[in-house]
Write a protein that binds this ligand. Structure first.
Ligand code: SF4
Ligand code: SF4
Length: 72
């Protein structure tokens, strides 16, 4: 299990990439293989095992798309 689980409410994402810029580990990118209901490519996380749980991505997101949970 990864240390943190980072989830994206994909249908609420507008693909602004603020979260990708905010991530100090550069783990987030738009998923160009998916188009959400609003017509945007939603953001997603690549190597979840490298997430340090800093919450920068979630704090930066203007639409509260991202949730980070610490795994025990
Ligand atoms: S919590 Fe921090 S390290 Fe993890 S994906 Fe978000 S910005 Fe990146
Ligand atoms: S900051 Fe929020 S709305 Fe913008 S790309 Fe990231 S998850 Fe999507």
């Amino acid at each position: 299990m990864t240390k943190f689980t980072v989830t994206f409410d994909e249908n609420e994402c507008k693909g602004c990439e603020l979260c990708a810029v905010a991530c100090p580990k550069k783990l987030i990118a738009l998923n160009l293989e998916i188009t959400n209901d609003a017509g945007y490519n939603p953001a997603g996380i690549g190597k979840m095992e490298e997430c340090i749980g800093c919450q920068s991505c979630a704090r930066m997101c203007p639409d509260c798309v991202i949730t980070i949970v610490k795994n025990d």
